[in-house]
Ligand binder design. Structure first.
Ligand code: PLP
Length: 384
């Protein structure tokens, strides 16, 4: 029976079942060499030449991610999520038009508003959950890329990936999806028509807040994917082998962590919706969330680990609540096994639509009752 008959959960748990060919160890070694022996006939029969374009441990982690995302063309790992995302834009040409989500990771939005423009791209931001607005912004033949983040940071708006892909393809453009906050356990954008999927692998793919990494996956092994490979190779953006190993170790438990995190996030969202000091809960798993119906269609195994709450009493009460937590960690980032809380408006820059009373919650794997009790006591203390 071939490996392809096993479920993704089983394949990921064993990192595709690869063993060390020398010792038969069930965990393959970390390949640290930066250069490789050349054959007497001047060739490189191993396929490896130098460490910047290629590394076997990176290949192994890429193979696990490509399997999870059903990426026919494969995956590429980068030194950070930003390195992965910017490689997509750098594979475009000066003069190309890009349409991107208004609600997205703030540092990428800032990069698009400054560096991408210097690079010669023209970038337009729209609410990509509004398909009419998305369609109106796309210029057939000129727009080369639609970039969406779904669920989008920190409001968790949902963009219909299949519909956005259709709009992109009708205009001769590609669709790229930042799927960091969904992960392949909850959404597989390539199967819905997207061309490229991006992950800040720093987050839930690694899951332990100890690796900075980024990833791209592609449906077609086409000219654009080759351009992206050229960008990574030329700019030296490849992930290091130690980080690739840690990422692969993290992905072995991705399904377990994600299912627990999503179940806890849903329970927290439901319980916090009834809390007297919470004005609003933003979570796509709640029926009252504007993107719930699309999320129910395009997400599986739950609605992800990220939610936000708007606190009664405004910005001061939100910051005071974050100051009072005892179990949650007051820190930026997301997707780790430890739960994090952050007052987002303090960090987001120009163009942010983040309300000042919003606290972003990344749900970890702690006891969900403890997480709720911690938020309850922090909200109560902040409103005294
Ligand atoms: N995309 C999203 C949704 C993120 O949350 C982040 C980081 O917070 C990034 C991209 C960038 O990833 P990195 O910090 O690894 O560069």
């Amino acid at each position: 029976m071939g490996l392809k008959t096993w479920t993704k959960r089983s394949l990921a748990a064993q990192a595709l079942g690869k063993v060390d060919p020398v010792t038969k160890g069930v965990v393959p070694p970390i390949h640290v060499a930066t250069t490789y022996l050349r054959d007497p006939d001047n060739g490189y029969s191993s396929g490896f030449i130098y460490g910047r374009p290629d590394n076997e441990t990176v290949h192994e982690a890429q193979a696990v991610l490509a399997m999870l995302e059903e990426a026919r063309a494969g995956a590429l790992l980068f030194g950070s999520g930003m390195a992965a995302a910017t490689a997509v834009f750098q594979a475009l040409s000066p003069g190309d038009h890009v349409v991107a989500s208004k609600v997205m990771y703030w540092a990428l939005r800032a990069w698009l508003m400054t560096e991408a423009t210097r690079w010669g791209l023209s970038v337009e931001f729209v609410e990509t959950d509004d398909l009419a607005a998305l369609k109106a912004a796309v210029k057939p033949g000129v727009t080369k890329l639609i970039w969406v983040e779904t669920p989008s940071n920190p409001l968790w708006t949902i963009t219909d990936i299949a519909a956005a892909a259709e709009i992109a393809h009708q205009a001769g453009a590609r669709l790229a999806v930042d799927s960091t906050c969904a992960s392949p356990v909850h959404t597989r954008p390539l199967t819905l028509g997207a061309d490229i999927v991006m992950h800040a692998a720093t987050k839930v793919l690694n899951g332990h807040s100890d690796v900075v990494a980024g990833a791209l996956c592609a449906r077609e092994d086409d000219e654009f994917w080759s351009r992206i490979k050229t960008v990574r190779k030329g700019q030296g953006g490849i992930l290091g082998p130690f980080e690739a190993y840690l990422l692969m170790r993290g992905m072995r438990t991705l399904h377990l962590r994600q299912e627990r995190q999503a179940a806890s996030a849903l329970e927290l969202a439901q319980r916090l919706s009834a809390h007297p000091m919470v004005a609003r809960v933003l979570y796509p798993g709640l029926p009252q969330h504007p993107g719930h119906d699309i999320a129910a269609r395009q997400m599986e195994n739950g609605f992800g680990y990220m939610l936000s709450v708007q606190v009664t009493g405004g910005e001061a009460a939100a910051i005071a609540t974050a100051a009072q937590v005892a179990l949650y960690k007051r820190a930026t980032s997301l997707g780790g096994v430890e739960s994090l809380i952050e007052h987002r408006a303090s960090i987001e820059g120009a163009g942010s639509r983040c309300p000042t009373d919003l606290l972003r919650l990344s749900t970890g794997i702690e006891d969900v009752g403890d997480l709720y009790d911690d938020l309850d006591q922090a909200l109560t203390a902040a409103h005294r």
